[in-house]
Ligand binder design. Structure first.
Ligand SMILES: Nc1nc2c(c(=O)[nH]1)N[C@H]1C(S)=C(S)[C@@H](COP(=O)(O)OP(=O)(O)OC[C@H]3O[C@@H](n4cnc5c(=O)[nH]c(N)nc54)[C@H](O)[C@@H]3O)O[C@H]1N2
Ligand SMILES: Nc1nc2c(c(=O)[nH]1)N[C@H]1C(S)=C(S)[C@@H](COP(=O)(O)OP(=O)(O)OC[C@H]3O[C@@H](n4cnc5c(=O)[nH]c(N)nc54)[C@H](O)[C@@H]3O)O[C@H]1N2
Ligand code: SF4
Ligand SMILES: [Mo]
Length: 695
């Protein structure tokens, strides 16, 4: 018998809506949800390879407790009751010694369904919730909050109606989200301009109408020069700026020295190119999208860079504008009621997260700073973190071994909740196997946007092994710990009914398409109605939030240091490829077959000087780590940088297809986790030089 289930893809964090076909209890087909605009049946390679995750036996099949030294791979099988009791007892002992706040939870992200795992740490009375954002998009989030009072997830992009899209190393064609890339392609088909700025010609560069090869680390300098020209030549949207932007005189004063000629020296992009680019933007405004970045933990100036991108959007009047940036509407703004919160039923802890104890000079928001967490674990300051839960995240896959050791020395309990054997779980004291997204239902999620909707991830088939859904794992942990009152539900339907209570929406309303929109038409504000969520209601260049935390409004562009390429020194940059997700898909049978290992992009002129030919093995080293990888010699990368795709060289021997294949960029990031970006204290993962020589 064939059935069809609407659900949500779990192969990356884009969480595309899908339709899953089940034939006689087996998943036989997955496609994009045909009812969702921008999806219309399409799916990426990873989404299709969800089948190979589901039917993979090289994933955890039952709970496990460590029996040998950390990292030796010695575990015993345990029952769920046994692991829940073990965790509860260990946490209680550590809390009685170090206080409730000694428990931390490191999460991939809040996202659509993330509220569930937050219950663990709050239910245990600790404030220490962290997600991966510091190493991903946090700069953009904080920059939006500082300027508009809206967070990053509350700003959407009307790609398909844009006249000009500007992407800074936002490699949308490879580091993809299906709906986004489909809509960008629609814009191109409609004749839009696409300016792509990157140190290398990625696949997105090949779709661009203008590609600017920029010197690594100098995007901020480019933006200051663009602002300079736009202000000087009166190319901005005067109506928008007069009504909504505060702090323009101070900005004008700040950008005076940053002429296109100055920027040419910093960026390597000719001044005339910068001027003609600015003029084209002036002509295309207000249907312009400057995208402030997704993976934005790149350079020390990343927070101020993100602010400069948002300021450019404001100057060109592209905010809450067709073909521009669209602000998300709350359920209340569209006349509906939102989902009931599971988290708010638990009293918020009075104690502060580790970074909140560290004084002022940087911004933070709802989730903690990872770099402060790592520091607290390593040093015990401002207070010790001894129990660490890691959920849907593999931090140990992307950091140097020395950092792993220091963290392991600091924590006395490490628990992972994962669908795969992650590098982190290989060191864990307890491995809790979650059912894959095709085998479980999650809590309902709220899809934000101009037309908010409730969305459902619904189980397609029963779990193949002794794994559990996330809500069941959270319930088991909290009940054993003695906080079961926060998870009184017996089934996912109980949870859904609680979430939906008072909204007028019923579970069966999701049957038809998997989603329930909260209004009929997308809602947009006219300029007469528009008000931002900052204290002044305006776009605050002189941000109240920054003033409160004593963070400077402006930041002089730093001098970007130059690697000694003559002697084989380069800046290491890295990124995503279309057929893999970060560190989690390399052992996937289908995807591994397509791309089993990575290679190192190196500029052809420099390679010739170093005697490196295409396909040669080279040794890349940083600090005490060095590894081998094949060279891809190409003119399409800046001389100062070498590039590799992320997430290879898996270190878990249980994963036979990916074990040891390729080179792991994370091991080469010596010192990266001690560096904090200005104003945001997020990661700056490209502030890193490596040595390359022929192997
Ligand atoms: N297939 C696939 N898609 C994904 C993901 C995935 O794992 N796989 N992950 C998702 C996630 S979590 C994220 S955060 C996004 C990331 O989305 P992106 O940020 O678009 O992706 P990256 O591949 O990290 O892009 C890094 C790019 O920055 C360039 N770069 C390096 N230095 C500079 C510089 O100084 N200036 C400029 N302008 N460019 C520079 C690099 O050459 C590289 O092309 O992708 C998402 N989509
Ligand atoms: N060295 C280095 N570090 C980086 C980056 C980099 O490029 N290089 N990129 C940064 C960025 S932008 C990001 S987004 C992060 C991403 O880094 P991670 O979040 O660590 O990478 P992922 O591969 O997305 O997945 C993490 C884990 O989630 C598990 N998982 C997948 N699905 C599920 C599920 O349904 N349930 C559970 N419980 N687990 C699941 C996977 O098996 C995997 O072990 O890394 C950041 N850090
Ligand atoms: S972009 Fe691909 S892997 Fe990510 S959620 Fe969408 S279909 Fe799944
Ligand atoms: Mo990310």
């Amino acid at each position: 018998m064939k059935t069809s289930v609407f659900s949500i893809c779990g192969m990356c964090s884009a969480r595309c809506p899908i339709r899953v076909e089940v034939t006689d209890g087996r998943v036989t087909w997955i496609e994009g949800n045909p009812y969702v605009p921008g999806m219309e049946g399409s799916l990426c390679a990873r989404g299709s390879a969800g089948l190979a995750l589901l039917y993979d036996f090289e994933r955890p099949q039952y709970p496990m407790i460590r029996t040998g030294p950390r990292g030796a791979g010695q575990y015993k099988r345990a029952s769920w009751d046994e692991v829940f009791a073990y965790i509860a007892e260990r946490v209680q002992t550590l809390q009685s010694q170090y206080g409730k706040r000694t428990v931390a939870l490191l999460d991939r992200g809040a996202g659509l369904f993330g509220q569930m795992q937050r219950l663990i740490v709050r239910g245990m009375g600790s404030p220490n919730y962290f997600n991966h954002d510091d190493l991903c998009r946090k700069n953009v989030d904080l920059a939006y909050q500082s300027l508009l009072g809206y967070g990053r997830p509350e700003v959407g992009y009307d790609w398909s109606n844009a006249k000009h899209i500007v992407l800074y190393g936002r490699n949308a064609v490879e580091a993809l989200a299906v709906r986004e890339v489909n809509n960008i392609v629609k814009a191109l088909e409609n004749g839009a301009n696409l300016t792509y700025i990157d140190v290398r010609a990625s696949k997105t560069a090949t779709k661009a109408t203008r590609y600017l090869q920029i010197r690594p680390g100098t995007d901020y300098a480019l933006n200051l020069a663009l602002i300079h020209v736009i202000v000087k030549e009166n190319l901005f949207d005067r109506d928008f700026v007069d009504r909504f932007v505060t702090g323009l005189p101070e900005l004008e004063n700040f950008i005076k020295p940053y002429t296109p000629q100055w920027a040419e020296k910093e960026t390597g992009i000719p001044a005339y190119e910068i001027i003609s680019f600015a003029r084209q933007l002036g002509a295309d405004k207000p249907r312009v999208i400057f995208y402030p970045g997704w993976f934005a933990a790149r350079y020390m100036d990343a927070f101020y860079f993100a602010r400069s991108v948002i300021i450019l959007n404001a100057l060109l009047g592209s905010i809450e504008q067709k073909g521009g940036l669209i602000l998300a509407k709350t359920p209340k703004e569209v006349g509906a009621k939102g989902l009931n919160s599971l988290l708010e039923r638990i009293p918020a802890p009075e104690e502060k997260r580790v970074e909140a104890e560290e004084g002022k000079g940087f911004l933070y928001d709802g989730a903690g700073h990872i770099l402060h967490l790592y520091r607290a674990i390593k040093t015990g300051q401002p207070y010790p973190i001894k129990a660490l839960f890691v959920v849907r995240y593999d931090p140990f896959a992307g950091i140097p071994h020395k950092d792993i050791e220091e963290i392991l020395n600091g924590v006395e309990l490490l628990v992972t909740i994962d669908v795969n054997y992650s590098n982190t779980s290989y060191y864990a004291d307890v491995i809790l196997p979650e059912s894959t997204y095709l085998e479980r239902s999650d809590i309902l999620g709220m899809q934000r946007g101009a037309k908010p909707a409730f969305v459902m991830r619904r189980q397609a088939v029963k779990p193949l092994y002794d794994t559990k859904a996330r809500w069941e794992i959270v319930k088991g942990i909290l009940t054993a710990y003695g906080a079961g009152e926060y998870m009184p539900y017996e089934s996912i339907e109980d949870i859904w009914n609680y979430q939906l209570d008072g909204t007028g929406v019923k579970i069966e309303d999701f049957d038809k398409t998997g989603q329930v929109a909260l209004c009929k038409d997308a809602k947009m504000y006219s300029r007469d109605e528009l008000k931002f969520k900052t204290p002044s209601g305006k776009v605050e260049i002189l941000s109240s939030k920054m003033a409160e935390r004593e963070v400077p409004f402006f930041y002089e562009p730093p001098k970007i240091s130059k690697p000694d390429t003559e002697n084989g020194e380069f800046r290491l940059v890295f990124g995503r490829m279309a057929v893999h997700t970060h560190v989690q898909t390399h052992n996937n049978k289908y995807l591994n077959e397509i791309v089993p290992e990575n290679e190192l992009w190196i500029n052809d002129k420099v390679a010739a000087r170093l005697g490196i030919k295409n396909g040669d093995w080279v040794e890349v080293s940083s600090g005490d780590f060095s590894g081998k990888i094949r060279a891809k010699v190409t003119p399409f990368i800046h001389e100062e940088a070498v590039f590799m795709y992320r997430g290879f060289e898996n270190e878990v021997p249980w994963k036979s297809r990916s074990y040891g294949k390729g080179l792991n960029e994370g091991r080469l990031l010596k010192g990266a986790f001690d560096r904090m970006a200005h104003g945001s204290h997020t990661g700056a993962l490209f502030e890193n030089f490596v040595k390359v020589k022929k192997a």
